[in-house]
Design a protein around this ligand. Sequence first.
Ligand SMILES: *Cc1c(COP(=O)(O)O)cnc(C)c1O
Length: 367
Amino acid sequence: MHENLITVTRSSMPDFEEYCEEIRPLWESRFLTNMGEKHLQLEEDLKQYLHTPNITLFTNGHLALENILTAMDLHGEIITTPFTFASTTHAIVRCGCTPVFCDIDPKDYTIDVSKIEALITDRTVAIVPVHVYGNLCDVEAIEVLAKKHHLKVIYDAAHTFGVTKNGVSSANFGDAAMFSFHATKVFHTIEGGAVSYQDPSLRTKLNDLKNFGIHGPESVPDVGGNAKMNEFCAAMGICNLRHLDEEIEKRKTVYRQYCSRLSAVPGIQLNTIRPGIRFNYAYFPVVFDGYRYTRDEVFDLLAAQNILARKYFYPLTSAFDCYKGRPGFDPSATPVARRIADHVLCLPIYADLPEAVVDRICDSILR
Ligand SMILES: *Cc1c(COP(=O)(O)O)cnc(C)c1O
């Protein structure tokens, strides 16, 4: 990789010695995977950090989502949004369900709750909303709708690790919430993910499903896959979690610097953090709409200086080649999502991003 390249994110790392200490017992036990000591400890640490009663770890966030949809035995239509990472839509499709795309809110980019009810049919079984860029969905309104129509709610909470609303963790909204612990996320286990859920009876099912559906040596009640987090990844998570609050504080400083330079500029829309939210500063999305440069021009002018911003999320999942011609996959049916996808750019943000680089990025944009 280029030495002076500034990427959109950079993985946080614990001290090398701290990680070595954490994995030392694995050399003695030779117990490297299959829900060992580190795996169990990380689950406990996460329950504490997220203030949530039930957590199951997975190889990654995507498989956490696929497995919770499978464990809930969902078959039919699932209302979701196309302004998300490939994973959300693919998980619904790969589980044999049909995504029904709802448009998004133009300010916080989460599902537009006022448009959900019109999409509910007698085949609708669930809502899979996405907490976008750390912004929580309108969780109260979604809960009311879901109760009224007897729908499950499974949040894609990949962007909201550590986010709370009036002290309530994003792990505790809906029937379940999926988290990604990918290396690019605020909290990571190299690769990894988890699901939190309200119904404790799902625990056994999820643990079986991530281990080939095997329940006991001679008992295989489910057609499962392999999605177990290994001990080395769990150890990375244990270490990173110890330092997460400091990391979030450093991100906040970067976030504020961007805000002080870029807010109140006509044609530039920044993310607004709602009152009562403890934010995690995971992303710095900027919508360039009516600005003197288009999103693509800003992307190019930063790239020319070795600064890699990211067109995230672009394209909409409903515009993916793999879904071409499928009924219901129509980007023009969600015009707000399409407009945001065409105009949004995520600027680099990570704990150790130097102040001078943020200034350089802002200078280039404002020049
Ligand atoms: C990262 C991410 C995922 C997938 O998580 P993995 O751990 O990479 O499998 C899903 N949804 C969203 C919104 C994400 O950002």
